[in-house]
Design a protein around this ligand. Sequence first.
Ligand code: KG4
Ligand code: ZN
Length: 331
Amino acid sequence: MRILAIETSCDETGVAVVDDGRHIISNIVASQLAHQDTGGIVPEVAAREHLRALDGITQESLNEAGVELRAVDAVGATVGPGLVGCLLVGANYGRGLALAAGLPFIGVNHLEGHVYANWLYEGDAATPEPEIPAIVLIVSGAHSDLVLMEGHRRFRPLGRTIDDAAGEAFDKVARLLGLGFPGGPAIERVARDGDPAAFPLPRAALSGYDFSFSGLKTAVLRLVRALEAKGEVPVADVAASFQKAITEILAEKTARAAAEHAVETVLLGGGVAANLALRAEIQKRIGHPLRVPAPRLCTDNGAMIGAAAFFVLRDRGTEVPVTVRSDMKLA
Ligand code: KG4
Ligand code: ZN
């Protein structure tokens, strides 16, 4: 089963060809540079950029895979959650391709894509499939969700952020420190030269599995203002202290969820999962195997949508709607 898959829910235009939900044949991602000047994503600009990029990237992805459109078995595209204008561009483009080539169209939930990124591999050596049930932590620019994956496409939400998403907190702190956008990779880079114990920062003590990051964000803002008033801001130390706090918050709840449910593995997904400090904090707290997609498969890409689309096709019982929805949840 060969799927051409399209991802346009936010600011990455991704098109991939994926076999049997696991094997990446091609995976082209274009990050929109237009947002670097504004320091954040302007939805209308993002939608227009997707429209401009999609034709070329689709052709590039098919070329790299060495296949023609009529040689694929289905077309998949993200239908939610995400920015509605962006979703409409990719979903309508995918539907148009499917219609023109007489192929089935599969609407894919972006969050399922982040989960199924853990099933992907490149090259000839197939990695073993992650064992389920699993605890999954999805941490991206828009989401911080802790879920119990009971089986394929069967997700039970355990907790989520009650305010900012983890990636959003990374991005806001990076902007405060003058580190540019996206902030996560920049914070991780400068934090390597910093002392994570330099500044004590609060960890919100929420009961259950929900997260809150706004108190931490405000504490970093106050700290930076106080340091500025005194003179130079030690950027690496602030970044390292913030990264330590946020990764500990995420790791503690993830480890508790793994201990309190009978699961085989812990899986990560979403852009923040690319963060090595987060992985280390989780790994040292759990006895389970930890699976994390390769960094370029953690951030938005078409291949993860191709993986999720395969499992939608295989398991027609829980259909994903083909109309876009910006607030779609994991089922
Ligand atoms: O999954 P993603 O590409 O897009 C969404 O679905 O939102 O995630 C993007 C987010 C951004 O907030 C970015 O700063 C963050 O993931 N991110 C990271 C790292 N790489 C990307 N955060 C922390 N450490 C990283 N290495
Ligand atoms: Zn995402």
